[in-house]
Design a protein around this ligand. Structure first.
Ligand SMILES: [Zn+2]
Length: 338
């Protein structure tokens, strides 16, 4: 792990697997090393640091950590030692790798120590990484917000609720028209029933009258023949009148019956139509409910991704924006400067 100033003017840590290329601008680095090695009597620290770097490159984290802690006793105020401890605590083999891990620097005690002990040579290296991290988080947050809108739009969230509301409004208008028609039909039916009841009661009254006459006649059986003839005559005339009346009522009833039946059919038909509109409204409401559920689901997922970003975890953001994640990292490496 060397310190170099690239042609892009960035001061960076260069690791063996960078193969001599700046991980920010990707250009070849010509020998532009900064010498920060220790001189006697602390010259042994240089060798120890090389050993630590080998362990870090090989991912031997425990070995690296114990060597770092051993060296800390000699040089606790050396920022590069704290930086190495930071790499080990995050299990990162390079500075660039830290940037793909998450927003991890701010609250990390090793990073805080690194900044505390940084001198003028080392400050730009750490500042560059910190700035890159801030920019990456910023860009990822924007990307997450954009992608959330894209996902919601793909559900039709922006247009469909309005379309659904319009459809419902149309159906409700139709229902209210049908209800008016139903009111009319039911009013006619009620009127018909009132008229019918009247006819039936007058019919019943006639029947009662006839029955009474017959009863009276049978009670007067003992009357004289002359009186009897008069009565029979009267009864026969009266019966004829009653019969005529009954026929009239029956005719009226027969005539009205089809009208009544037609009104009833109309009532059934309108009720069915209303029922069908109501079912359609129910179906649309179900669709809206489902859509609201989908939107909430998306919101929850993106909230998790967003909160993850802020809390230093890129996992959910990566899942959501996929390839864009690597693109954002690359773009930031190319553009970030201090
Ligand atoms: Zn460069």
């Amino acid at each position: 792990m060397k310190i170099v100033i690239c042609n892009c003017m960035r001061t960076i840590h260069l690791f063996p697997h960078d193969k001599g290329k700046c991980p920010f601008c990707c250009e070849e680095i010509k020998d532009q090393c900064i010498d920060n090695s220790f001189s006697v009597p602390l010259g042994f620290i240089n060798d120890k640091l090389s050993d630590i770097d080998v362990a870090i490159t090989l991912g031997e984290w425990n070995k690296a950590l114990s060597m770092i802690e051993e060296l800390m006793e000699w040089k606790p105020d050396f920022s590069e030692l704290h930086w190495r401890k930071l790499l080990v605590s995050l299990k990162c083999k390079s500075d660039i790798e830290i940037l793909s891990k998450g927003k991890v620097l701010e609250n990390n005690p090793s990073f805080q120590n690194t900044i505390r002990y940084a001198d003028e040579i080392h400050k730009p290296i750490y500042a560059l990484i910190k700035k890159a991290e801030d920019e990456i988080v910023n860009l990822l947050e924007k990307e997450i917000i954009t992608q959330e809108s894209v996902d919601k739009v793909s559900l039709g969230v922006k247009s469909k609720p309005n379309e659904f509301q319009n459809e419902i409004a149309k159906l409700e208008e139709l229902v209210s028209k049908e209800i008016k028609a139903l009111d009319e039909v039911e009013k006619k039916l009620r009127e018909f029933i009132i008229d019918y009841d009247k006819s039936v009661s007058s019919f019943k009254q006639k029947l009662t009258e006839i029955a009474n006459k017959i009863k009276t006649t049978s009670e007067q059986r003992e009357l004289t023949t002359e009186r009897k003839n008069d009565l029979e005559n009267y009864l026969s005339q009266h019966k004829k009148l009653n019969d005529d009346e009954l026929v009239k009522i029956k005719d009226e009833y027969d005539k009205s019956l089809p009208v009544f039946k037609k009104l009833q059919d109309e009532q059934t038909k309108i009720s069915n139509t209303i029922q069908s509109y109501v079912s359609q409204i129910d179906q649309i409401n179900e669709k809206i409910k489902d859509m609201v559920y989908q939107i909430e689901k998306i919101s929850q997922e993106y909230d998790a991704a967003f909160n993850g970003l802020r809390n230093g975890d890129y996992h959910f953001a990566k899942l959501k924006i996929k390839l864009r994640f690597d693109e954002i990292l690359c773009d930031t490496f190319k553009t970030v400067t201090i």
